[in-house]
Design a protein around this ligand. Sequence first.
Ligand SMILES: *Cc1c(COP(=O)(O)O)cnc(C)c1O
Length: 398
Amino acid sequence: MRNDFLPFALPDLDDTELQGVAAVLCSGWLTTGPRTREFEAAFAAAVGGPHAVAVNSCTAAMHLALDSVGLKRGDEVITSPYTFAATAEVIRYFDARPVFVDVDPDTLNIRPDLIERAISERTRAIIPVHVAGFPAEMEEIERLAAQHELAVIEDAAHAFPAGWHGRRVGEPLTPNGKPGASGAPWLACFSFYATKTITTGEGGMIVTDSEELADRCRMMALHGISKDAWKRYSADGSWYYEIMAPGYKYNMTDIAAAIGMAQLAKAARMRERREWIARRYSEAFAEVPQLQVPAEITEGVHAWHLYMLRIHQDRFGIDRGRLVQELKERNIGCSVHFIPLHIHPYYRETFGYEADDFPVAYREYQREVSLPIYSRMTDADVDDVIGAVTEVVRRHAR
Ligand SMILES: *Cc1c(COP(=O)(O)O)cnc(C)c1O
């Protein structure tokens, strides 16, 4: 057994982040400024998206995205219950209604056929989540959005870098091969939270093909003011500004952007390492009757933000909670993704949801355990995880 505890997640930081941050501190300009603009341009280029707006979280990004498409009180937004709190809380900010639909048992991504059935007169938008970095079925979702004139806001918190069927997550949806042909408003929101595939400590990015939506997001990210502070105070700027709407305080700092630039430079290397770890895990667990390894992607790039292992409860003498505990006792940090939103007290009490309303989400949650998967893990760390899981499984197999 390992002597030291292997954390579930760790950021991959080195001198490049330190030097980037030091340069910002020495420059005297700490908040949104040239570094943030540089990070936006570099991120947009990395995903192939025309416009990028940096903010201080993916939650803020999704809030601004919903504001930009004009979400109103009483509207409905179709999304997945198999996600983090942020995905649905941003809908509630507008006093709009999150309409959950169930997920695919293999990928744990939202099912387009169920989206179609949930569309009503009040539906305004669809928020698919690319769970673990496995892209959702965007072609089908885009087709529905175009047909019913709905906005699409991708919760891409797990999905940088990722892609499927020739499209990077963050690249405009191209129905019939024509960019923006459907006219459906589209935005993708990324997270740079400390545990995500790249980090700025806290941070997020909105990517869209619409200059108008990008401008609205940029304005609302900084108090609804028509110019940002950098332009106001620099030599060629002016003191004058106008408040166009009661906006928010969601702007990214240049300190965070400097970290982001350093992270971006190694994003491909970090993803390759995660993919290698995922392969090692899946090779080790594929033939174990107690375990189900995550779906592999064909014709695409999996971000491998999470490695979501599942147990076959009927062949296993302990439940998932106990498995997490036994791995912890063997110095392996694990987690669970996700406690479906519809079983949390707020959503149960507000909307009257029951666990079995989304039976796949509920069932898969009960048998899921996320193993550590990050680029700083050594080969020995990976072997330790495999060894610990194998030992616990052997001990409790039935
Ligand atoms: C982490 C996460 C978010 C929120 O990201 P923040 O940057 O922390 O606001 C949203 N959706 C999903 C699926 C996430 O995992």
